[in-house]
Design a protein around this ligand. Structure first.
Ligand code: ATP
Ligand code: MG
Length: 569
């Protein structure tokens, strides 16, 4: 392609609204433009990358035996009412009405639609297993769209769905997809980790998230420094240890703490550390109110609490509920005398002489001890993992790093086939529910994540397999016949070799061309100028390390082909 004929509106300045590198660089490199919050237009250069990612995904999906479909993005409300998600999905679901006042939504995902097809068309176990995928626009009305296409409202997703006769079949489908995901992200040139993720309280289901490691990632990932245990923050388990020293139980004391409700206020007022405090929080659930206790320096993990209490709805108790149950305003709750179930973190069992709320306005208690002053229904793991916590699988320590979730594989079981009554006739003639799995990849997010892992101060450094072009030919002066001719020759030769090449045929100063070339991040640059041309040579620059070598004109095409298949880039 010729630069002069390609629309690449590059920018010198960093756009003010962009927070993360990939967003800044995608705008500066003329790949995307914003239309509205979380809604982006993809320009030609961006689309080339997107298509490369899509093609890798498509090849690997086809290799699993999944069949490509294209499902509607507008979906009737009735289907969502049937699955129960019309209510549950909340405000992320963009609801629309047609001219007859009928309710529809713009699909944020497609479990309902695909299950509807299967329940109508697939009758027998003989037609199973079967799986489908599509690459298509989704809409989720995210509360905080940000980071460009990384967390958009309208975005491109590959979603796949598997249907099996039984658990074993579903397990095989899951493993196949898991492996396909590893292949996809590896082929995209990304460094990633598959981590265990929470999949809520749906029986028999589990999931893995595929995380690209990057400091700008929205998710914290915990992984062991010794074994291969890795999980996201919501899920990462903490092994209970008894390493915490037990001290002698001291006498219970009440102290006045006027207006002090936070851990920081109370600990600094009493001249103790947050570790010496035990905070008690009340949660309203569908089964009534429960109390959860963690050490002052720890954070409650609501997902773990949900799983342990078996509740699907968990919300911090409203002020009036706190008052009714504890007899004091929020901030002064303690475990003593509470008449509801108390779930306490292991660290509470391991500690002594805690400072807690006194269940009396403006008072806290000193030297509160479990067993003597209050009792606990269940000691459990209900807090977020922290750097240095013991690994649940070995004697190693947990470390935390940030990551971007680019993909998600999820064993659904019978969740949707049951709610949508999707059945088939099994070998024994019995009607059974399909056992399902669903599998998503954010295509735009994968593209952005690749930039987060591959850039320098001058711009993007594309991994070869998803680069918009593999080679950029840069004639330094298009008004010189010799330079132009030499550049065109190399360009034609590379095209014949089926290499994707961009020639910067613009009448621009070398400085401008160099800057744009580095910004666009095409992995190889061939620079053609007077000086080297005199020696029948050109300069070959590797974008990644900026190394420049002189290569004879007649050897350049061969050198490029060799480089592209090597793992040097
Ligand atoms: P997140 O926790 O980031 O909101 P999710 O759990 O809602 O993701 P899934 O429903 O599993 O995501 O969707 C499958 C994939 O779609 C994700 O792994 C991610 O790569 C992509 N994705 C999800 N939401 C967005 C979004 N708002 N913008 C871009 N890509 C997204
Ligand atoms: Mg989400």
């Amino acid at each position: 392609m010729r630069y002069s004929q390609l629309f690449i509106p590059t920018l010198k300045e960093t756009p003010a609204e962009a927070e993360v590198t990939s967003h800044k660089l995608m705008i500066r490199a003329g790949m995307i433009r914003k239309l509205a919050a979380g809604i982006y237009s993809t320009l030609p250069l961006g689309l080339r990358v997107l298509r490369n990612v899509e093609n890798i995904i498509r090849e690997e999906m086809n290799a699993t035996g999944a069949q490509e479909v294209f499902l509607p993005c507008i979906q009737p409300a009735e289907l969502w009412q049937e699955s129960g998600r019309w209510k549950l999905y909340g405000k992320d679901l963009l609801r629309i009405k047609d001219r007859h006042d009928r309710d529809f939504c713009f699909g944020p995902t497609h479990e309902e639609v695909i299950t509807d097809i299967l329940r109508k068309e697939v009758r027998s176990y003989r037609q199973l297993p079967i799986s489908f995928y599509q690459i298509q626009t989704k809409f989720r009305d995210e509360i905080r769209p940000r980071f460009g296409v990384m967390r958009g409202r309208e975005f491109m997703m590959k979603d796949a769905y598997s249907f099996d006769c039984d658990e074993e079949g579903a397990e095989r489908a899951y493993k196949k997809m898991y492996q396909a995901y590893c292949n996809i992200f590896k082929r995209c040139g990304l460094s990633f980790k598959a981590v265990e993720a929470d999949s809520g309280t749906i029986g028999g289901s589990y999931s893995h998230e595929f995380m690209v490691m990057a400091d700008s990632g929205e998710e914290a990932i915990a992984f062991c420094d010794k074994c291969d245990y890795a999980a996201n923050l919501e899920k990462a388990e903490i092994k209970a240890t008894d390493s915490y020293k037990k001290n002698e139980k001291k006498k219970l004391k009440s102290v006045e703490t006027p207006g002090m409700t936070s851990v920081e206020e109370v600990s600094s007022f009493l001249k103790v550390t947050p570790k010496d405090l035990a905070k008690t929080l009340l949660f309203e659930t569908e089964k009534g109110t429960v109390a959860a206790m963690v050490r002052g320096d720890h954070q409650i993990n609501e997902i773990k609490l949900k799983n342990i209490t078996g509740c699907s709805e968990i919300n911090l108790a409203r002020e009036e509920v706190v008052k009714e149950i504890s007899g004091a305003p929020t901030g002064f709750t303690g475990p003593m005398g509470l008449k509801i179930a108390v779930f306490a973190d292991h660290a509470i069992q391991q500690g002594t002489n805690f400072v807690t709320g006194a269940n009396k306005a403006d008072y806290h208690l000193l030297n509160v001890n479990e067993g003597r002053d209050f009792s606990v229904k269940n000691f459990c793991d209900i807090r977020n993992v922290e750097d240095g916590d013991p690994c649940p699988k070995c004697s190693g320590q947990t470390q935390l790093k940030r990551g971007i979730e680019v993909g998600h594989v999820f064993k659904l079981g019978e969740k949707y086939s049951k709610s949508l009554k999707a059945t088939f006739l099994d070998k024994d003639g019995k009607e059974k529910y399909f056992v399902m799995g669903c599998y998503g990849i954010g295509v735009g997010r994968t593209m952005a994540a690749a930039i987060e892992q591959n850039f320098d101060q001058d711009g993007i450094i594309w991994p070869i397999p998803i680069a918009p072009f593999q080679v950029m030919v840069i004639p330094l002066n298009v008004n010189s016949k010799e330079i132009s001719n030499a550049a065109d020759k190399i360009y034609d030769h590379l095209l014949k070799d089926k290499i994707e090449v961009l020639i910067d045929d613009r009448d621009e100063r070398p400085g401008v061309k160099f800057k744009d070339a580095d910004l666009l991040g095409i992995p190889l640059q061939i620079i053609i100028g007077d000086r080297t041309l005199k020696e029948s040579a050109v300069e070959l620059k590797i974008r990644k390390d900026k190394k420049i070598e002189k290569v004879g004109i007649d050897k350049i095409a061969k050198r490029i082909v060799r480089l592209l298949v090597s793992d040097q880039l």
